[in-house]
Design a protein around this ligand. Structure first.
Ligand SMILES: [Zn+2]
Length: 263
């Protein structure tokens, strides 16, 4: 499987900005994590990136490259901005595509896997006439990973743990959509280290602050269990059980009664 992976913007084009962040930096960080996870964990995958540093590249250059490469999939990574109060995740395929198209089928899978891990409000599956979606000759999708001008979303973007989760979501989606085989025959399961589950968002935020003071990165994930809303503090997710157990011990050493869930 040949992936053309496109961190949006770069160089002289910062993309959206807010809360001391530039979109070009956040999306490059996420995309590099996607590349590393794919190459490190799956067989027969090649990843060609539109940029691996802070460089300027036109939209036409990006789609020309992908088309010339004969990529199987075009995946563009972005962050949103609006009015400071909008938040959440959404993704796009081209406006002309039917919901039954191959591109829509791939998107359905990626969307489901990304939403499982990013902890963001789900704004839904959308269509637009964006250049990279229109001019790419292979199935293409563009993801908008939170709003950089929303203080809560931006706080997540500043955490490596969150960016890793977002990358994992994209990779899990690609793996399922393209039936990628894990190196060493992995189980395909994800082991999440949970450092508390709360009815109150404020209590969950306190837990994140406490862990942060101990040098452990975590973020709050909103989940619905038996119709009730819970705020779960996630301190890492691993595809390898031993790595998850090692990290669980680190979290427990701070005095917190953490546990692992398998998804
Ligand atoms: Zn963008």
């Amino acid at each position: 499987m040949k992936l053309y992976l496109d961190p949006g913007h770069g160089g002289t084009d910062p993309g959206a900005t807010g809360n001391g962040l530039q979109e070009k930096d956040v999306v490059l960080d996420i995309a590099l994590r996607i590349r590393d996870l794919l190459i490190g964990n799956y067989e027969n995958v090649s990843v060609h990136m539109s940029r691996t540093g802070d460089t300027t590249k036109s939209l036409a250059q990006r789609t020309n490259e992908a088309n010339l490469l004969g990529a199987d999939y075009f995946l563009s990574i972005h962050c949103n901005a609006f009015n400071g109060s909008a938040d959440g995740y959404e993704d796009f395929i081209h406006s002309n595509l039917l919901d039954s198209s191959q591109t829509a089928v791939y998107r359905d899978i990626l969307h489901a896997e990304i939403i499982k891990l990013n902890g963001l409000r789900n704004r839904g599956k959308k269509k637009a006439n964006f250049h990279v979606l229109r001019e790419s000759s292979m199935p293409a999708m563009l993801t908008e990973n939170g709003f950089i001008d929303h203080s809560g979303n931006a706080a997540l973007m500043k955490q490596n743990a969150w960016k890793q989760q977002v990358a994992e979501g994209h990779v899990n989606g690609l793996a399922r959509a393209f039936n990628l085989q894990e190196i060493n025959g992995g189980t395909g399961q994800l082991y999440k280290v949970i450092a508390g589950s709360f009815k109150s968002k404020a209590n969950a935020d306190d837990r994140v602050s406490f862990l942060n003071s101990k040098g452990i990165q975590s973020f709050v994930e909103q989940v619905t269990i038996s119709g009730e809303t819970w705020y779960r503090v996630q301190a890492g997710a691993f595809t390898n059980r031993t790595n998850a157990e090692n990290h669980l011990q680190v979290v427990r050493n701070t005095g917190i009664d953490a546990f692992i869930i398998v998804q």
